[in-house]
Write a protein that binds this ligand. Structure first.
Ligand SMILES: C[S@@+](CC[C@H](N)C(=O)[O-])C[C@H]1O[C@@H](n2cnc3c(N)ncnc32)[C@H](O)[C@@H]1O
Length: 261
């Protein structure tokens, strides 16, 4: 894993502007909440442990829904932003998810949103899955939102720009340098099939669903912010046709939900 702590520290002050509160970011996050509602999440869960929480937008949402929330991130600046902006009843602290083995996970669900786990290589992700499964009890949930190895909307964008050489840029097990606020962050794309494989011995996989098949990646906010009718049309398509599980591997992100056996 690259020493990327400072990279996300740099992104922290502007993260809510560039992603959380962006037109695309809000619509993508709503899709995550939609899929949580589909598994009756808030009637099954009383407490949640979040890794790579960023500025704590989801932590706040869960707190408002009545859950006891512990939310962690490796970036000290992200945690500072979260503590300053979110409800004081949430327990935020700095934690690298590769150190989960040393933690007590006192919660019925372990949550990771929007590609935090894409900072872990395949081998690192396997180790995290093993650690978490050893700490969870039967019936506990994991909810992970991960970037797969191809994104249809990104593909359309790259073709429209004649950037054919980048079309399959995600499709590798090696780390890919991704620009986060001007700095390269090593990113590993994980297919739904791979993640299912590493979870299936310890978890019943309840859902694998696309999060943003028709909705574009957030780096296209500049293009879409003056074309909200188009973005809303894509959002409607997302709600109608973006439910098909097989699209998960072709979306900007996908959500995978497992229940501990
Ligand atoms: C794209 S942001 C997602 C933030 C948040 N989950 C959200 O939904 O907006 C990725 C986050 O992963 C965090 N991260 C990256 N590597 C990490 C690690 N090894 N341990 C914990 N957090 C990590 C970064 O600091 C950053 O806040």
């Amino acid at each position: 894993m690259l020493e990327d702590k400072e990279l996300f520290d740099n992104a922290a002050p502007s993260y809510d502007l560039t992603f959380t509160n962006s037109h695309i970011g809000r619509r993508q996050r709503d899709r995550v909440y939609f899929w949580l509602s589909k598994i009756d999440f808030f009637n099954r869960t009383k407490s949640i442990f979040e890794i790579n929480c960023g500025t704590g937008a989801d932590a706040n949402y869960f707190h408002e829904k009545g859950l006891k929330v512990t939310a962690t991130d490796r970036s000290g600046k992200m945690i500072e932003e979260a503590k300053a902006k979110r409800n004081k009843g949430i327990h935020f602290y700095q934690l690298d998810f590769s150190k989960l083995a040393e933690q007590t996970i006192n919660a019925d669900a372990l949550f990771s949103n929007f590609g935090g786990l894409n900072c872990a290589s395949g081998e690192e992700l396997k180790a995290i899955a093993t650690t978490v499964s050893e700490k969870q009890k039967k019936g506990d949930l994991i909810v992970w939102v991960i970037m797969p190895r191809f994104c249809f909307m990104e593909g359309l964008y790259l073709i429209s720009r004649f950037k054919f050489g980048q079309l399959f840029r995600r499709n590798t097990t090696k780390g890919v340098a991704v620009n986060v606020d001007g700095t390269a962050v090593e990113t590993f794309y994980h297919s739904p099939r791979f993640v299912k494989r590493i979870l299936k011995n310890s978890y019943h996989i309840e859902k694998v669903k696309p999060v943003a098949f028709f909705l574009p990646p957030s780096y296209l906010e500049g293009f879409f912010k003056n074309k909200l009718p188009l973005l809303n049309f894509l959002n409607r398509l997302e709600k109608l046709a973006g439910r098909l599980s097989f699209l998960s591997g072709w979306s900007d992100h996908y959500i995978i939900i497992g229940e501990k056996k």
